[in-house]
Structure formats: C-alpha cells, structure tokens
Design a protein around this ligand. Structure first.
Ligand code: FES
Length: 580
C-alpha cells in the first residue's frame, strides 16, 4: 500500500527528544545508546510505543510476553523504532475488589505514558475486559496515531467431551453443584477444563464484546478481534499491526479522525447484533465522550429496536463460542450481514472505510452467524428501562433471559450489601418464591465501590433445589458479560448516593415491562417522600488514596463512569510536555 506522508522526519514528535543540539537531547541520545541502540535505530524513524498489559497475574494476556516480539518485528520491518512500555494489566480474574475500580487508572496510565515519552504512535495490547476501553480512552486523550491489538479469545473449554464456555458454564455448573446434581470431583474437573489456553473469555462476554467494539470503531485491522489467541493467524496479525502503525504515523491518522459519531453508531449497532455484554454501554459512552461525540443511552435504545441479535454465541446464543465465530467468518462476516445498518463510509486504521474493509466478507456457517431474516433474537441484545426506580436508566439483556420475565410484577427481597445477601441466599428458611425480585443495592460506582459484577445474584438455594434457574434480579451493580438471566443492572442514579433504589423496601411490588421499557416500584409518591426524608447518606468508602479520588470524581453508569476531570469537555487539552 502506498503511504501518503503528511509529515517530514523533522516533524516527528520524537524528534523533540532526539534531534536538538542541546544538553537535554544529548542525555536522551546517550541513554538510548546505553541500551545498545545507535542513531541508525532512531534517526528519521517513528518511535512506536507498545503499551503491553502483560503481567504474571493476567492469564488472558499470557501470550503477550512473546506476542510483543511479533509486534516489534512488524514495526522494524516498516522502518519504525519499537519501545515497549508496560501498563497496568487489570486482570479480571485476580484484581479486587473489581477491575472497574481501575479502568480509569489504566486510562490515565496509558495517556500519560504516551504524553511523557518520545513516541510518535502506539500499539495498544489488551483484551481482558477493562483493558480495551481503558487503553482506548487513554489513546484518545493522548491523541497520537494508535492501533489496537486484541488479545483474542482462548480456545473452547472441555469437560468430559462437553464444550465449556467461560463464565456462563461456571455459573451453570455451580448451580448444578448447589442442587446436588454434580459431584465435587466433577466440579474440580470443570475447574481444570474451562480455561485451557491463553486468551480472553471465549463467550460473548465483555472481553469479546469490547474487542469487537474496537474493531467496529475502526481501531483494529479487519478481522483482528475474532482470531483465537492460540491461532497462528494471531501472530501474523500482530506483526501486521506493527507494520501498519508506522504508516499511520506518516499519514498522521489519529483516533480523532477515526472515532466519528458514525463510528460510535456502528459500534452500538454491532453491539446489538453480537449479543453484547451489558458493560458495552458504559464503556462506549465513556469512549464517545472522550472522542467528543454525543452518545447516550437513547442511541442504544434506538439501535435495540431495529438491529437483531445474529451471532449465535453464548450467553445470548445457546451453543457456539468465539472459536466457532472465527471459523464462521468472524466479525467482518457479521458486519457484512448487517451492512444496511452500518455507516460504511466511517474511516478505519487501514486508511480505508469500514465498507471497504468488509467488502467480500463471507459467512461460512449460517447457524453461527445468522442471516438477518433468521436471528436468534428479533431485537437488539440490550434494552434500556426507565421509571421511578431508575430515572436515569438501567439495562437488561433480554436476549439472555427467559422470555416469561420480560413482563413481570413481583415483591422485592432487598439486600443492602453483598455479605448480607451471601449469608441469606442459601438459607432453607429464606422467605422467597420464584416470583420475587432479588435486589442488591449499594453496589454502584461509589457504593460497590467500582460497580462490581455482582448483578447476576445467585438464585436462592431452596429454589435451585426446586429446579428454578432464572428469576428477576435488580441492582445498581454490573454483571459479567458471560452472565445471563433476568438481571436488571446499572440502576441510575445508584442507591449509595441516594438514588430511588435506596428507598425500596422488602415487600414493595416491582413492575418490569421490557416491551414498554419501564421499571417501577409500586409505591406512592407520598410514601417515597417520607422515606426520602428518613434516608441517611452512608459514610464515604475511602478516606485517602486512589479510592478517595475515585469516589469524588466517578460519574454514574449512564454517563460512562469516567472521571469528570478526564472528560474532554472538562477543560482545555493538555499540551506537549516541555523539555528543558
Ligand atoms: Fe480476562 Fe474474562 S477474565 S477476559
């Protein structure tokens, strides 16, 4: 591909560090030489940062330790100078209390790593849940040419010849064990078989969703988000990503040029069609606002009414996983199926449009990637509900719950925190029926803190034993994208800051109507006013440190949970660092 150079060697940002004839640049050059580099390594070559979220606590990015060498190979081939910069790895599996507490910290890490170092462009290496939005958030604010390298999903799980899906089968077999239907040794074997290669969760959870969002937004090479981590195609895609970013620097192709309003509408459309994680709403709103685009819950609601779920991937689908999705043609094939709903002239990192990138994409298995006329769910994956319980909105994933719950009225069983819920949920004398609505509050952005993935509340053990596997659950928490069931999430404003959920009491009737997009507690305004007057603001969760800053600046779920001071609209852009 011919590269149109929009800048000269002298105009490279890194030249500010390396080119001047002064004492400070002497220091930069001599320290580069300390590492064994010669001027031939950097003179006239774009310096490409590689933000690598590898760590010993990050099983989903285990291959990044070697994959980064493939990225470097590509950068060197294209005439760039690779500079690997480790970034927070945000391991969904190990980091507590929840990675969402730290998404914005990685975003800040990424932004400041890029701003402070002599780099001209960046390859972002992520995949495990929050790493994708966090790295993109940082890169948008840094403003340098950036390309995303998705970690890719792990291989299918396997247990006694049965296919296991990340998360989804953990919840499923946990309930089977609680019901006494599988043995302790079976459970240990499930544990050993559910995650058997490097790569991200391989259901359509948050990781797969957000990698698909990165591709749809135009921030990855075509098809990159669907390639299994352990497939040799992933290695080739890594080196190709390295080659491409060097050209992007010369073309001055920055995220701002790619992340148009249409690009975000495309992402929302594809989110609906893949049966996305509910977390996509929060992350896409945050990303859009960083990119200066006015995107909100209403955009999701509009897409939800017109775009069907056509990816037959669990948990919305009942059978297939990301490996099957890749073999069926992957994301380009899915986008080709819904091309009429897409803004195909949106620009991408290839320098071509989305429409050009998906030209000729074929579906090889139309049970995995369904045609629009044979969807797995006729409307989009998510529905936004509003009412006196959630005046600023909440979300449900109708494609992943039993249809009988889409219209439901039942009494609330309210828990004020997770330990109280956990203590009560397995009691045989718990006063609960399958018609109850299980409620967990104080689990939002400030209350959690960090809005943990607690929203798929466990079914009470006495009901599990009766065969109940789904019931309506309600919280201001999030849930894992691998979760399923009639879970109403992200209730905004959250209860911890006095949202109406704080006023709900056990026994109050709750009415849910997904078709009408409503969620209400059937309590009179007078009674709510009395409860409001009696409500006491809880103590702050933190009195120092990062958590203190988090609780003062985190925005609510409907606003994307960014820090207010990181939002683009907060103040003038940060300039280049001075070098003296
Ligand atoms: Fe990393 Fe699920 S734990 S993607």
């Amino acid at each position: 591909m011919t590269v149109t150079r929009k800048k000269t060697q002298a105009e490279l940002r890194s030249a500010r560090w390396f080119a001047p004839d002064d004492l400070r640049a002497f220091g930069h050059r001599s320290r580069a030489m300390q590492m064994g580099y010669a001027p031939e390594d950097w003179v006239g070559r774009p310096v490409i940062a590689i933000l690598n979220t590898w760590s010993d606590a990050q099983p989903c990015h285990m291959h990044f330790k070697s994959r980064v060498e493939d990225v470097k190979r590509g950068i060197l081939q294209a005439g760039g100078f690779p500079m690997e910069l480790p970034a927070l790895s945000l391991s969904e599996s190990f980091l507590k209390p929840t990675t969402m507490l730290y998404r914005n910290l990685l975003a800040m890490d990424a932004e400041e790593l890029l701003r402070g170092h002599p780099v001209d462009g960046v390859v972002l290496m992520g995949g495990c849940d929050k790493t994708t939005p966090a790295l993109l958030l940082g890169a948008i604010s840094a403003g340098l040419p950036a390309i995303y390298l998705p970690a890719g999903p792990m291989l299918r799980g396997n247990w006694k010849g049965k296919v296991l899906g990340s998360g989804s089968d953990a919840w499923k077999y946990w309930d089977e064990r609680r019901a006494g239907k599988i043995s302790d040794s079976d459970w240990v074997d499930v544990e050993a078989g559910i995650a058997r290669s490097y790569g991200t969760c391989m259901t359509m959870g948050t990781a797969a969703t957000m990698m698909a969002m990165a591709e749809t937004l135009g921030m990855t090479l075509p098809g990159a988000s669907s390639i299994p981590a352990a497939d040799a195609n992933h290695i080739r895609m890594a080196s190709e990503t390295g080659r491409r970013i060097v050209d992007m620097v010369w073309e001055d192709l920055t995220p701002r040029k790619i992340l148009s309003h249409d690009a975000f509408l495309n992402a929302i459309t594809v989110a609906m069609a893949v049966g996305c994680s509910t977390n996509a709403i929060i992350h896409l709103i945050a990303l859009a606002r960083r990119a200066g685009q006015d995107i909100g819950l209403d955009d999701f609601e509009r897409a939800s009414r017109k775009v069907p779920v056509i990816a037959n991937i669990r948990p919305s689908g009942d059978k297939y996983l990301m490996e099957d999705f890749f073999y069926a043609g992957g994301l380009p094939a899915l986008m080709a199926q819904i091309r009429e709903h897409l803004h195909r002239d949106a620009l991408t990192v290839t320098g071509k449009t989305l429409g050009e990138n998906i030209e000729g994409a074929e579906t090889y298995n139309d049970d995995v990637i369904r045609p629009v006329k044979n969807p797995i769910y006729a409307e989009g994956a998510l529905a936004v509900l509003r009412g006196n319980l959630a005046p600023d909105g909440c979300v449900i994933k109708p494609s992943a719950c039993e249809p009988r719950f889409l219209k439901h009225t039942g009494p609330a069983l309210v828990f004020d925190d997770y330990p109280a819920m956990k203590e009560a949920i397995d009691r045989d004398d718990l006063d609960v029926t399958a018609d109850h609505v299980l409620v967990l509050r104080n689990a939002g952005p400030q209350g959690g803190p960090g809005m943990p993935e607690w929203g798929m509340l466990p079914i009470p053990k006495k009901l599990v034993k009766q065969g109940v596997r789904d019931m309506v659950r309600l919280s201001d928490a999030r849930m894992s994208g691998t979760s399923y069931g009639a879970c109403i999430l992200h209730v905004s404003p959250e209860s911890y800051i006095g949202g109406p959920l704080a006023l709900l009491r056990t026994g109050d009737m709750i009415s849910l109507d997904v078709d009408k997009r409503t969620l209400d507690m059937n309590v009179s305004d007078d009674e709510l006013a009395r409860r409001r007057a009696a409500w006491k603001k809880p103590e702050p969760r933190y009195e120092r440190g990062y958590g203190w800053m988090f609780t003062r600046h985190i925005k609510q779920a409907n606003d994307g949970c960014d820090f207010d001071f990181l939002e683009t609209s907060f103040g003038a852009p940060v300039g280049e660092p001075s070098i003296y």
